[in-house]
Write a protein that binds this ligand. Structure first.
Ligand code: NAD
Ligand code: WQD
Length: 387
């Protein structure tokens, strides 16, 4: 296969039908990039792809832009079919692999903390073994720009110190950083108190990627550590629509607001916080999505780099509930319950590295997250697919 010299490049988005992947795909299309989504729909539904395309069309028309190409392949990213797909866009093998894939964003993973405790092998297979084979495959096609979905969960119980978390609180490979006084120092590798098998898959994923990146300077790998993504696109077309029973705070509150659950159990009211409920750094999913564009477009001066994607602001669970009550004009019946096993009391990002190096910062408020979410819920009640 010879590549046409002027043929357009594409971003490959693995897990692009999911919550964060669908929002990121929309932002990529808005930024004029062609996208190929690979998703096996293990935690999403195919109608999401039509909704991404519709939202992109509406936005591009309103802004006088050409609508980029969007392709969807329903497949497990670990199957041999991925290589067949890449063959359409890239020439494999040394000495001169060439490709029209400008970068890969890898969202495809299992993400339930509780399920990871009962099914750790499935989690290690999908989130870790699959990742190793994936980067090996990409290398054969000369595809070296890779963005990985990591998580604030890699900070484990370090979050419980109640201080904003800096990227160097967890590192896997000798990495220099500049402290607030401008001193260049070496971060101490290590990790404390990972709270679940899921968290360990993200820690191991980062560690593997750091080693791979440092083995060949052609790699440019970024691990984005998401804090707590919430909300949805302002169009109201895209939202969080997982299979199974949600356990995250905002999807649970949404179910209470729409009558699918009688009440919210607030896990823990005895944390050392301003109202006793736990503190999280909730970030609008569209802000988070735009962080991926920044990571793809920025030339980073290291083969491997981690970035926190958070707002830097802590919100208590009680304040989050209040924000949704305000947005919906409805009361959220709730009761205080014991702490949930494995939870930390506080988890907030220090986000200056992403600002300095990626020129990215979150812009949307908690109130905007709540009203965008309510807009989506109001539009989709009665039509949202329930597993
Ligand atoms: P999600 O479950 O909505 O999206 C993941 C998508 O990947 C789903 O559409 C699923 O069908 C797909 N998928 C899973 N395994 C696959 C496979 N083997 N082949 C092809 N497709 C596969 O999850 P999300 O909330 O959008 O999270 C995306 C990524 O971000 C995950 O890696 C997750 O661990 C990470 N993350 C999420 C959060 C969060 O709070 N949502 C926080 C930190 C990190
Ligand atoms: C937030 C707060 C709960 C539900 C998890 C993963 C983390 C990351 C994001 C992927 C906590 C409280 C919740 C409920 C409640 N995912 N809560 N009642 O636990 O911060 O992070 O999702 O990487 O790895 O651990 O998010 O939304 O589940 O909980 O009181 O019914 O809301 O106890 O304090 P969490 P969450």
């Amino acid at each position: 296969l010879e590549l046409e010299p002027n043929s357009a490049s594409h971003v490959l988005v693995l897990g692009g039908a999911g919550f964060i992947g669908s929002h990121t795909t929309l932002e990529l299309l808005k930024a004029g990039k062609n996208v190929i989504i690979v998703d096996d729909l293990s935690n999403s539904f195919s109608d999401v792809v039509d909704k991404i395309a519709l939202a992109a069309q509406i936005w591009c028309k309103a802004n006088g832009k050409r609508v980029p190409q969007l392709r969807f392949e329903n497949l497990d990213y670990r199957s041999p079919a991925l290589a067949s797909l890449l063959d359409e866009y890239a020439v494999r093998g040394s000495p001169s692999p060439r490709s029209r894939i400008s970068g890969v964003i890898h969202f495809a993973a299992f993400k339930s903390v509780s399920e990871s405790i009962s099914q750790p092998i499935d989690y290690y297979r999908n989130n870790v073994c699959g990742l190793v084979d994936l980067v090996a495959l990409l290398e054969t096609y000369g595809i070296y720009k890779f963005v990985f979905s990591s998580s604030a969960t890699v900070y484990g119980t370090k979050a419980d110190l109640g201080l904003p978390l800096s990227e160097h609180d967890v590192v896997h490979h000798p990495e220099t950083y500049t402290d607030s006084d401008g001193n260049v120092t070496h971060a101490t590798p290590g990790v404390s108190g990972l709270t679940s098998p899921y968290g360990r898959t993200k820690y191991f994923g980062e560690a593997i990627l750091a080693d791979v990146a440092y083995s060949n300077p052609k790699w440019s790998i970024v691990a984005l550590r998401y804090f707590n993504p919430i909300g949805c696109d302002a169009s109201g077309l895209l939202g969080e629509d997982p299979r199974g029973v949600p356990t995250n705070l905002f999807p649970v509150i949404t179910q209470v607001l729409t009558g699918r659950r009688p009440r919210l159990d607030v896990f823990g009211s005895d944390w050392d916080t301003r109202d006793g409920t736990a503190i999280r750094d909730f970030i609008h999913v569209s802000d988070l999505a735009r962080g991926h564009i920044a990571a793809l477009d920025t030339k980073i001066d290291a083969p491997f780099r981690t970035f926190n994607l958070g707002t830097g602001n802590g919100t208590t669970v009680a304040e989050a509930v209040h924000a949704l009550e305000q947005a919906s004009g409805r009361k959220v019946p709730s009761r205080l319950a014991p702490r949930r096993e494995g939870d930390v009391g506080s988890c907030v990002a220090r986000n200056n590295r992403a600002l300095t190096e990626l020129n990215w910062t979150a812009t949307e408020s908690l109130g905007q997250c709540a009203s965008d979410l309510w807009n989506f819920v109001s539009k989709s009640v009665g039509t949202t697919t329930v597993a």
